[in-house]
Structures are given as structure tokens and as C-alpha cells.
Design a protein around this ligand. Structure first.
Ligand code: MRU
Length: 357
């Protein structure tokens, strides 16, 4: 089923999230059902949007931030906001902020929209809800543009002809469109490079196997899926020339939180002297967090480890661990690529040099 929007901002035939044309609802692609089903839900309230984020109907740091902005746009239109605008906006912001802890884009988007709402609180209901929707759409459009810009910058670390490893899904599905890590790959291919992709399956949620493979295959980009424990083998054979991943939060010193397993990939890239590139919009950079030790790591259900769908893998009574993210120290990262430029090697100084003044 195509995205139920005549001109999706994503620029693809599908979108992780869009505000519907008359701006009174949000549509979300249920990423839990991919790759076998492309199903969209229509959400009319901020409560439904928050539940969509919590339940990972939508996921990926920038896409979560955009979804939260759209959730606030729905809250601003609601009857409750007609009576108590700022009360409703802060209630909605708190609801959205409680969904997932690691991706800072969520909090960034809530803060950005809430600050604008304060400026617009004295306007009439129609005018201020129109402005909130415009702001959310602007966040979405800026994210797509940022992905394209960082793609063009990051392409320099991609091989002319070779294999690039990626982990999790940092593509169009995880952003407003185009993707961060997959945007770098898309831009490198558009610039004439011959790139084949190895996608880590990304246990336990399988974002690589299900989502990265789906969207690259849709684009006709050569992609093969490997289980996470195969990456070392392919590095040892010289079959991987570079790594590119996204991020959920980047600390002021350049430490990078991303999907669990990323740190191991970074260690392999360093051992095998290959570039390890992180692509993320500036909204992922959290200068208020000094280093990776301050980044909250989401603990997810151990059932996602003990089971695959309905199939139980682990003996009854045995518990499993499931941190959703890990932190790669800045010293293992070749470059952090943002739409504002690249911090290379990442450090307080190189990130500060590209920060907004
Ligand atoms: O748990 P998820 O699927 O939301 O985690 C997503 C990731 O870790 C992505 O790699 C990250 O958000 C970058 S997305 C452009």
C-alpha cells in the first residue's frame, strides 16, 4: 500500500511518518510488520502517537523526533488546547518524552516545538495550531535536507568500489527520508561509487535484516544480510572497506550511542584499519551530556531476546539481558558527519567547531 499522502515529504514511495494533508492526523508505517507487510495507521491524538513511538511502530532517532513534533501538532489542535493551550502542550510533551529515553532527537523536537508554542500562546486557536503544524513540517523537511547534506559530506569515506558494512537501520525509515548512514551510501552511489552493502541483521530487533535490507532492495542497491557474529569474519578476509552507522545521541566529547552491537563493529573496524563513520543530524548531538557515560541506555524487554516472534529460544526460567544501545568511544570513530560539517577525529574541539554559534 502506498503512503496515504499525495506528496510525502520523505521523497520515497513510503514514509515512516507524515502529517496528513488536512493536518488533523498522523500516518505511521508499522515498521514491526516490515518486510512482509506495508501497513499504515492513522493516529488522531497525541496519545496514539506516543504509543506508536513507545511500541516502535516508528523508530530511529530522527523519525522519533519528527513523530513527537507531529504529536504536538495534534495536541495543539485538540479541544483541550482550545481551553488551556500551554497546559495541553506541556502535558503532551511529558507524555511523548516518557516513551523512549536514548534518542535525544525526541527531547530536542519537544523542546523546539514547546519553545515556539510559548511564543504563540496568545494567538487564536486556529492560528497557533496552524503554526505548530508548520513547525513540525519544517522539522521534517529540515531532516530530509540534513540527510542529503550529510550524505554528500560523508560519501568521501566510502570506497570507490567495495563493500560497506552498516548496523541497525539508519535509513529513510529511521528519518524524515533519505537516511543518515544509508544517506551516505545513497549519496556515494549517486556520485558514481560502486558500493555493495553488508547489513548486520542487528539482533534482537532485526532492524538490519528487516528494514535496511528492505529499503536498499527497494532502491536497487546491492545488499546482503549477515548475522552480527559474521562481521569479524568478513573483516578478516578484507571484504569490508568501510563502516557507516547512525546514532541516537552523541555526547559533547564525540562518544556515540547507537544500536546495541555498534561498539563491537567499531572495535573491528579499528583493528582492521577501516574507516568507521557516524552520520547524524545536529539534532542528535547533545552538548549538555559531557561523555558517553551520561547517556541513558534504554533497557528493553528480555522477551525480545528470549523469543523470535512466538518462538521461544531460551529455556523457561532463564533470564536474558537487553540493553537497546551501546556507546562507542570517540577514539574509535573516524568522523562524525552532520549537516553542519564533519568532526574528524571527533572531540570536544572538533564538535564545538561545527556547532551553531
Ligand atoms: O531502537 P531503534 O530501532 O529506534 O534504534 C535505532 C538506531 O539505533 C539507529 O541506528 C539510530 O537511531 C540512527 S537512525 C538514523
Amino acid at each position: 500500500m502506498p503512503v496515504p499522502h499525495p506528496a510525502p515529504i520523505s521523497g520515497h514511495s513510503y514514509s515512516a511518518v507524515e502529517l496528513v494533508v488536512d493536518r488533523d492526523a498522523v500516518v505511521m508505517l508499522d515498521q514491526r510488520l516490515l518486510p512482509t507487510e506495508e501497513t499504515y495507521y492513522r493516529y488522531d491524538t497525541v496519545e496514539q502517537v506516543a504509543e506508536g513511538i513507545r511500541a516502535m511502530v516508528v523508530r530511529g532517532a530522527p523519525a522519533i523526533g519528527i513523530s513527537a513534533a507531529y504529536g504536538l501538532a495534534l495536541a495543539a489542535r485538540s479541544d483541550r488546547a482550545r481551553g488551556d493551550f500551554m497546559g495541553e502542550i506541556s502535558r503532551a510533551g511529558e507524555l511523548l518524552a516518557a516513551t523512549r529515553p536514548t534518542a535525544v532527537n525526541l527531547f530536542w523536537a519537544i523542546e523546539r516545538v514547546t519553545a515556539k508554542c510559548r511564543d504563540w500562546a496568545d494567538l487564536g486557536h486556529e492560528e497557533r495550531s496552524r503554526r505548530v503544524a508548520d513547525e513540525a513540517i519544517a522539522i521534517h523537511r529540515e531532516d530530509v535536507e540534513a540527510c542529503k547534506t550529510m550524505g554528500a559530506i560523508g560519501a568521501q569515506w566510502m570506497p570507490e568500489d567495495g563493500v560497506v558494512l552498516t548496523h541497525c537501520n539508519a535509513g529513510a525509515l529511521a528519518t524524515g527520508g533519505y537516511g543518515t548512514a544509508l544517506g551516505v551510501i545513497r549519496a556515494a552511489i549517486a556520485a558514481g561509487k560502486k558500493i555493495r552493502v553488508l547489513a548486520d541483521e542487528t539482533r534482537p530487533y532485526l532492524q538490519g535484516a528487516r528494514l535496511t535490507a528492505w529499503e536498499l532492495h527497494m532502491d536497487g542497491i546491492a545488499v546482503e544480510v549477515i548475522t552480527d557474529n559474521m562481521a569479524a569474519h568478513f573483516f578478516s578476509r578484507g571484504e569490508i572497506q568501510a563502516v557507516v552507522v547512525g546514532s541516537d545521541r552523541i555526547a559533547a566529547n564525540g562518544d556515540v550511542a547507537n544500536k546495541i552491537g555498534t561498539y563491537g563493529v567499531a572495535c573491528l573496524a579499528r583493528l582492521h584499519e577501516k574507516p568507521f563513520v557516524v552520520a547524524a543530524p545536529w539534532s542528535t548531538v547533545d552538548l549538555r551530556t559531557a561523555d558517553g557515560s551520561g547517556i541513558p541506555i534504554e533497557e528493553r524487554s528480555s522477551e525480545e531476546v528470549t523469543h523470535v516472534g512466538a518462538k521461544q529460544l531460551v529455556p523457561t526460567g532463564v533470564r536474558a539481558r537487553h540493553p537497546g544501545f551501546d556507546v562507542t568511544p570517540a577514539r574509535l570513530v573516524t568522523a562524525i558527519v552532520t549537516e553542519r560539517g564533519a568532526a574528524t577525529p571527533p572531540s570536544n574541539a572538533t564538535l564545538a567547531a561545527i556547532a551553531p554559534k
